[in-house]
Design a protein. Structure first.
Length: 567
């Protein structure tokens, strides 16, 4: 009996081993199938989700925008890590759909306290597939890094029809020439535009200051960072900007042959104590020459008036735009321009760590500060503002303001804000009415705005410090009518940067100007967008090109992207 049991047990053991082996093979196959399913799922992540009830719906991960910004460290431990980063919409392959370039920090020896990661963070380029989704083409395009990047500004510096990239970095800056075949070439050394290894460049802007048809470049430098300087008030986390010497800005003139000449002092730009953050360019007095505004940190802001291509003069103090509401030099982050009153004059909005500043252009080179009477100051004052841009989110013909928010020296999140233009010089914070994203507390920095799906309303991408970026699709703006203009210069620079556009519809005149950089370290859709409310016809479009040529079109249909070539 015992022998039989032992033999039976042996049979059971043998069968058990066979069954176990078969089971493991099946399990292995299942796991293999699961892995394949996972791959399929990963590949199919980029699927356009249906619209929900939000005005702005966060859909980034679902459409292939998986970017996560990095400070390159385990914790926020210095002012370099706190200062990035921006993003830009551009149509790098000229297929009619705007793509996205996003900047990131990375691990740097001597700067980062944490351990060097196995895979280094880097910048990313996402190609718009035209179906509402994106694909990461960074490696193919050759634009990933490795730098500690702050911002990006986009301009066709060689007028070949393809937008090029200038990346402002902690360290050498980089100029990428677009080859027109989906790839870019680093031409920094030949162009003589990289600066030095001790650079701490933040904001930068393309402009044609002498109207010769080639884009020049203004680079805003921040401060001379010393990683060994450790004296600070402990709760602050690290030394602030006034602990370091300011680093002077630089103006480069485009020679038209692929090289640039540094002309800062030659053009009268003397920057002694400015710690540049955001930089923008606009012809604020409509004299035909583009001017430059520099938002400085803890020091007065500059308004470099262009004296007819011969020189620049700082008109910040005389114009009333150098200081904050109480005459203080605020922590200024970014600048953007638009005609929010509809009177044909270009106004300004400055983000800062207090109540922000809305400057009404009164003409004759004078501005008045309107943040408090406009209704912006009190709600804005609850947060630290970084990137701000004018945009008409609901296509009602009145430009609104988007403002990203986030703590200065800690990874403390704050909600972003949208201020709706009520049409009487007043704005209202309508953020919570626009979607669930505006109830999230994130450490916002740069942001760019544009119509990524060509449906007539403005979408936005936000860079969140050391966190996942957010893409907000506009679900309802195109319930009103619109027009988008794609400008192509011939005698003027090919991008048409600096062109002033007036659109008359329903008897109402809107004015805007073609810009490169907008907001903090970022750049918006290269096309100019106008909301038209319920008007179903445009009576007149007037374009004053940088060359001085005036172009007029009449009786234009609404709800279209119209390409306009300089005659």
């Amino acid at each position: 009996m015992n022998t039989t049991r032992n033999n039976y047990s042996s049979v059971i053991d043998y069968r058990y081993i066979v069954y176990l082996f078969i089971f493991l093979l099946i399990l292995s196959g299942c796991q293999s199938n699961k892995k394949n399913s996972s791959n399929v799922q990963k590949q199919s992540v980029a699927m356009l989700p249906p619209a929900n009830d939000d005005f702005f719906q966060e859909i980034g991960m679902k459409i292939g925008l998986d970017f996560i910004h990095s400070i390159g460290d385990n914790e926020l431990s210095n002012i370099v890590e706190s200062s990035g980063a921006g993003a830009a919409f551009l149509d790098y392959d000229q297929d009619g759909y705007i793509d996205l370039y996003v900047c990131s920090g990375t691990w740097l020896e001597g700067l980062s306290n944490g351990k060097k990661p196995d895979e280094m963070p880097h910048n990313h380029l996402y190609r718009n597939r035209g179906d509402g989704t994106f694909e990461d083409v960074t490696k193919k395009a050759g634009v990933g890094g490795p730098w500690y990047s702050m911002g990006v500004t986009v301009g066709d510096y060689n007028n070949d029809g393809y937008p090029d990239l200038f990346i402002s970095n902690y360290g050498h800056n980089v100029l990428y020439k677009n080859n027109g075949d989906g790839t870019f070439t680093d031409v920094t050394k030949r162009a003589k535009i990289g600066g030095g290894e001790n650079n701490f460049s933040v904001g930068a802007v393309w402009l044609d200051y002498d109207n010769d048809g080639f884009l020049d470049l203004y680079v805003g430098n921040y401060l001379t960072f010393d990683p060994n300087y450790k004296y600070y008030y402990a709760p602050d986390g690290f030394p602030g900007p006034l602990a370091y010497d300011a680093q002077p800005d630089v103006l480069y003139h485009n020679n038209g042959d692929g090289t640039f000449e540094e002309v800062t002092k030659k053009m009268g730009i003397i920057d002694v104590d400015g710690r540049a953050m955001g930089v923008g360019a606009i012809d604020y007095d409509d004299d035909g020459f583009v001017d430059i505004y520099v938002a400085n940190d803890h020091s007065m802001n500059y308004l470099w008036h262009n004296n007819g291509e011969k020189s620049f003069t700082d008109m910040g103090t005389p114009s009333g735009t150098a200081f904050g509401q109480s005459g203080e030099s605020a922590v200024s982050m970014s600048v953007d321009f638009s005609d929010y009153l509809g009177n044909g004059l270009m106004d300004m909005f400055i983000s800062d760590d207090k109540y922000c500043r809305l400057y009404e252009n009164k003409g004759n080179g004078i501005f008045t500060e309107q943040s408090y009477p406009s209704g912006i100051a009190m709600p804005a004052g609850q947060f630290v503002g970084w990137s701000s841009s004018f945009f008409d989110y609901n296509n009602d013909g009145l430009v609104d303001i988007y403002k990203t928010n986030g703590a200065l020296k800690h990874l403390y999140g704050q909600e972003d804000q949208v201020f709706e233009n009520l049409g009487n010089g007043k704005f209202k914070d309508v953020s919570w009415d626009l979607g669930s994203y505006f109830k999230k507390k994130l450490v916002g920095r740069g942001a760019c705005f544009g119509d990524y799906d060509n449906d007539g309303d403005i979408d936005c991408y936000i860079v969140n410090l050391n966190d996942r970026g957010a893409f907000l699709r506009n679900n309802k703006g195109n319930q009103n009518n619109w027009i988008t203009l794609n400008l192509i210069g011939t005698t003027s620079n090919r991008d048409g940067i600096g062109a002033r556009v007036k659109v008359t519809s329903g008897g109402k005149v809107q004015t805007n100007q073609k810009k490169s950089t907008s907001g903090y370290l970022s750049q918006n859709d290269p096309r100019i967008h106008f909301g038209l409310a319920k008007n179903d016809m445009i009576e007149r479009i007037e374009i004053k090109w940088p060359s001085g040529k005036l172009q007029v079109m009449e009786n234009i249909k609404v709800n279209q992207i119209l390409t306009v070539k300089e005659p």
